[in-house]
Write a new protein. Structure first.
Length: 87
């Protein structure tokens, strides 16, 4: 880590298991930042730039987007990989 000036983190953690209120989502995001991101930044003495992204779809905050016709759920990273496959 001595060779970098900052850390750029693409961040889209699961914030809920089911649909949740805005307050619940904010609380979970703050908890994750306080317990994981901030300690990492302090220990490494580096600023962390967050790139926060979630698809605008039902289930995005749970980390499980329903598949077509009620099929298996897809993760947010799965959708990112699919983006490059579009014709």
């Amino acid at each position: 880590m001595d060779l970098v000036d900052m850390v750029y983190l693409q961040w889209s953690p699961q914030l809920a298991v089911t649909d949740a209120s805005r307050e619940t989502l904010q609380f979970e995001a703050a908890r994750l930042l306080d317990n994981f991101i901030e300690p990492f930044a302090i220990v490494n003495n580096l600023p962390v730039v967050l790139a926060i992204g979630y698809p605008s779809a039902d289930g995005a905050m749970t980390g499980c987007l329903p598949g077509l016709e009620g099929g298996a759920c897809h993760s947010v990273p799965f959708l990112s990989r699919m983006e490059g496959m579009q014709a």
